[in-house]
Design a protein around this ligand. Structure first.
Ligand code: FO1
Length: 320
């Protein structure tokens, strides 16, 4: 039985958004909270851009571009084209409709609203009934140490350089002094199930967990924490998670994910293609659940959500 339970999902961008969209088709939306990474956030053209919050917001409101997984469907690019003509910065693609959201957020922040308040306002306006919480209202910025370049900002690495470079290290500027956003800790404490979405463990999940106080709640509630591996057959479905595992010294598969998550998550959901890794995941000290984790349709994402929730009713509550 999954009805009536409170679920909190630790979320990055595209993978988390697809998982949440599936979850919201099988669970009462008012009982779902997503704590969303803000360490990819940055300013461009003077605008406050929060890519992971935007991706989750657009996906859950049915506005996302299905081809890219980020940005708006039916987008137009008149502002970007004009900016290019003027010699402005166009390496980060901001469509005309998308720009409206960044303008709204920037204006509200300049009026003194917090990122949490702005996010809740946007959810309300776009008809999202689940609660989206920025992981923090303070500035946290991911930087990567790129071979032969030194420290670079996240969007420079990810978008401008298409993450097609070798990384040697990463850091989250500002994280030690940051506080979890309002309701983040209480949502984790009150949840019956905490899900770590199939997001990049280094640049999406880690900068949420390393905000002081967050991982402690997960450690205390480890039995209720279920993580979904973002790696299938040694490859990330999107983005650089797989090569990052190798470059940062971990196994390039779901066993590598288990070694990163075992201290604070009791169960790891892995893909059926990786069923042969089950005993190695268990050797890392985690339960392994095997299912189809590829979310190429909303129905498959819903099935993954159902299987994920079932892990805790099967195991977590049984232990009480
Ligand atoms: N990702 C890209 O690969 N190229 C882009 O030009 C780009 C623009 C963009 C604009 C708004 C937004 O909310 C997201 C955007 N993304 C783009 C996605 C995003 O930067 C990354 O996928 C995340 O930061 C990683 O989670």
């Amino acid at each position: 039985m999954s009805e009536g339970r409170r679920i909190t999902v630790i979320a990055g961008g595209v993978g988390a958004a697809k998982f949440l969209r599936g979850l919201l088709t099988v669970h009462p939306n008012q009982l779902v909270t997503a704590v969303v990474n803000v360490a990819d956030d940055f300013r461009l053209h003077g605008l406050a851009i929060s890519p992971d919050l935007d991706t989750v917001t657009y996906t859950l409101s049915g506005l996302v571009n299905p081809d890219t997984g980020w940005g708006r469907v039916d987008e137009s690019w008149r502002v970007k084209d004009e900016l290019a003509r003027l010699g402005g910065q166009t390496w980060f693609n901001l469509g005309d409709l998308d720009l409206a959201l960044h303008l709204y957020r920037t204006q509200r922040l300049s009026e003194g609203a917090s990122l949490t308040e702005v996010t809740l306002e946007l959810c309300d306006k776009l008809g999202i009934e689940a609660t989206l919480l920025p992981a923090s209202n303070e500035e946290i910025r991911t930087q990567l140490k790129v071979q032969n370049q030194g420290w670079v900002d996240f969007q420079d690495y990810f978008v401008a350089q298409q993450h097609n470079v070798v990384i040697e290290d990463l850091r989250f500027e500002g994280i030690e002094a940051a506080n979890p956003g309002p309701e983040v800790i209480s949502s984790l404490e009150k949840s019956d199930v905490i899900v770590i979405a199939p997001s990049n463990p280094f640049v999406s999940v880690k900068p949420v967990l390393e905000i002081p106080g967050v991982v402690d709640v997960l450690r205390e509630r480890r039995t209720q924490v279920v993580a979904i591996s973002p790696i299938v057959g040694g490859l990330a479905l999107k983005g650089p998670a797989s090569r990052m595992l190798e470059e940062l010294g971990f196994e390039r598969n779901s066993v590598g994910i288990a070694s990163l998550y075992r201290d604070f998550a009791g169960t790891l959901v892995i893909d059926q293609k990786d069923s042969a890794l089950t005993s190695q995941v268990q050797s890392e000290g985690m339960r392994a659940a095997v299912t189809d984790t590829i979310m190429d349709t909303p129905e498959r994402a819903a099935a993954l959500a159902q299987t994920t929730l079932a892990q805790i009713s099967l195991f977590g509550e049984e232990k009480k």
